[in-house]
Each structure stands twice: as structure tokens, then as C-alpha cells.
Design a protein around this ligand. Structure first.
Ligand code: DON
Length: 306
């Protein structure tokens, strides 16, 4: 059964009282200005049907959700060993911007979704793509079938102005020989990817290839192989929500990826991709009401990968 817009509206109404219990990300000052009461959801079925409720059409900063898209670009441009020799496939159990394991594990990040792992992926892209920012923009515009997606320069600059921790992570990896390019240009690429502005509708469409065996209806092409789509979903299920990954798997039961802008993307393989947005975060940096909305929706439509 496909959820009706009424069902999606009911889900949003039920989780709306949670707004006020989380905190909008403040370590990137430009994100702090987003109204905390935004709430939206979009579901994209593999046949192209889209069902929405709330602020589903309003663009927001996708932040770490972009790490899935950069990994996908890397999978398109590198062989598996070239990637997985430099970044692991294990959950970290630590905050997304933690450095604690990186020193002990010789500069090899645990997975591509923590900041360290995403920076390695951006380093790979910087080495092989002539214009990595332009390539990403074309990629997401294609996937979402929306030529108006753009980088929010204010957010990218705000991150660059507060980049000490990410820079430290990159320099530490460089000291271990796991970073090929100069740090600053790679940070600029990474911050631009994080500063992509997309709506729930854009995100649900863009991520549908992970629900559809690697095939994107929006882009009308195969993005990754069926096997690779399963592998990315496995990484999302175990690592997509950082030290909150177990809790998210328990409550929502779908592979997912969050961002500190308050977005979460979730995938029901073979059926649909879902995007939710609510800017207030829980202590792990994942959208508080967004997680609750996904939990309720999963229960109402009776879906779980487990
Ligand atoms: O590098 C950062 O810290 C941010 N641009 C992205 C962090 C993020 O979205 C973590 N997600 N929940």
C-alpha cells in the first residue's frame, strides 16, 4: 500500500510536539538561523510516484547526506580496492567528527560517512575529477531532475570559517600518508558538497537509485550496479547515523543517512526512498523529530528490512 498524503500529514502532526526537545546545529553558524519548526516528508516510489506532506518542497542544507553522493561518485570513478584500502566499512561508535580512532588506526577512517571518511572520499575525487564541484552539481541535478539545485555559498563559507576540526582530521590523515592533495582545496570541495541545498522531494528522488537496484528514473540511467547499491545500503544501515546507527536500525529498520541540517534519507530496497526534514537534532547530531517521523511511517506502512 502506498501511503496517502493524509497518512503522511498524520505522521507529521503526531511528531510535531517533539519540536522543542532537540537543538538546531549551532557549530556551523549559518545553520542556526533556520527556523526550528520546519517539518517535511517526501516518499518517492520506484515507479516515480511522489507523495509529500509539510515543508517537502523547501530546500535546506543537506550536510552529511552528501557523503552518500560523494561515495557514489567515487564508486563510479575508482575500483573497489582503490577506495576500500583507504577507508573502512565498520561503524565507528563515535561522533561523526571524532578523531579518537583515527590516530590509533593509522589515519584510516572507520567508514565513508564519518567526516574523516568523507574527506578521504573527497580527496579521491579531487585527484580524479577535473572539476569536482561542478561534477557533483550536475550529478544531483540529474538525479533529482531539478536544474535549480545549487550550493549555498553562505553555508560553505560559514563552514570554512569554522573548519579547524575538519582541517585537523585531514592533516592527521595526511601525516599518515592517507591524503594525496593539499588539505584546503579538498576542504572547500567537502564544504560545498555539504552546503548543497535540496528539498525532501529532491532528496527522495535523488536517492531512489538505492531503492531501485542502482537505476535512477530521474537521471534515466544506471548510477551504480545492483551489487553496489546493496553494498551502499549495507553501509548506510550500519554506519549512516554514526553512534546512533543501532538506535536508528532498531526504531526505523531502514538504511539511512542523516545530516546536521536536520535531513534524513531512508531507503526501502525494491520499493521506495524517503526524505524527512526537521532541523532540531538529538545528541548524536541526527534529526530528532525526523527520526520519530520515519519510525512512525515505517510502522504505519509495515516496512522494515529486518
Ligand atoms: O563537516 C561537518 O561537520 C558538517 N559539514 C557535516 C556534519 C553532518 O552533517 C553530520 N551529520 N549528522
Amino acid at each position: 500500500m502506498k501511503p496517502s498524503p493524509e497518512l503522511l500529514n498524520d505522521v507529521l502532526d503526531e511528531v510535531r510536539p517533539l519540536i522543542g526537545q532537540g537543538r538546531v546545529a549551532s557549530y556551523i553558524p549559518a545553520l542556526e538561523e533556520v527556523p526550528a519548526d520546519k517539518l517535511g516528508v517526501a516518499v518517492c516510489y520506484n515507479d516515480g510516484d511522489i507523495i509529500t506532506a509539510g515543508d517537502a518542497d523547501e530546500p535546506f542544507s543537506i550536510q552529511s547526506i552528501s557523503k552518500v553522493l560523494s561515495l557514489t561518485l567515487a564508486l563510479q570513478n575508482y575500483g573497489p580496492l582503490e577506495i576500500w584500502d583507504r577507508v573502512g566499512k565498520e561503524p565507528s561508535g563515535q561522533a561523526f567528527n571524532s578523531m579518537i580512532q583515527l590516530e590509533m588506526e593509522h589515519g584510516i577512517p572507520r567508514n565513508p560517512f564519518i567526516n574523516a571518511g568523507a574527506l578521504v572520499v573527497c580527496d579521491l575525487l579531487q585527484s580524479r575529477l577535473s572539476a569536482p564541484r561542478q561534477r557533483m552539481l550536475e550529478f544531483v541535478r540529474d538525479l533529482s531532475a531539478n536544474p535549480h539545485i545549487y550550493y549555498d555559498k553562505t553555508v560553505a563559507k560559514s563552514e570554512m570559517d569554522h573548519s579547524d576540526r575538519n582541517a585537523a582530521i585531514a592533516y592527521l590523515m595526511r601525516s599518515f600518508g592517507n591524503f594525496s592533495n593539499e588539505v584546503m582545496p579538498v576542504l572547500q570541495t567537502y564544504f560545498h558538497y555539504c552546503a548543497l541545498r535540496m528539498s525532501c522531494v529532491d532528496l527522495a528522488k535523488a536517492f531512489n537509485y538505492l531503492a531501485n537496484k542502482g537505476l535512477s528514473l530521474g537521471a534515466e540511467k544506471t548510477i551504480v550496479s545492483h551489487t553496489q547499491s546493496k553494498q551502499v545500503n549495507a553501509l548506510l544501515a550500519t554506519c549512516g547515523l554514526y553512534d546512533g546507527a543501532g538506535e536508528f536500525a532498531y526504531r526505523v529498520g531502514m538504511p539511512g543517512k542523516s545530516g546536521v541540517g536536520g535531513g534524513i534519507v531512508a531507503v526501502v530496497p525494491g520499493e521506495m526512498s524517503i526524505a524527512v526534514w526537521s532541523p532540531e537534532l538529538d545528541p548524536s547530531g541526527n534529526s530528532l523529530a525526523g527520526t520519530a517521523a520515519l519510525e512512525l511511517l515505517a510502522e504505519r506502512i509495515g516496512r522494515s528490512i529486518f
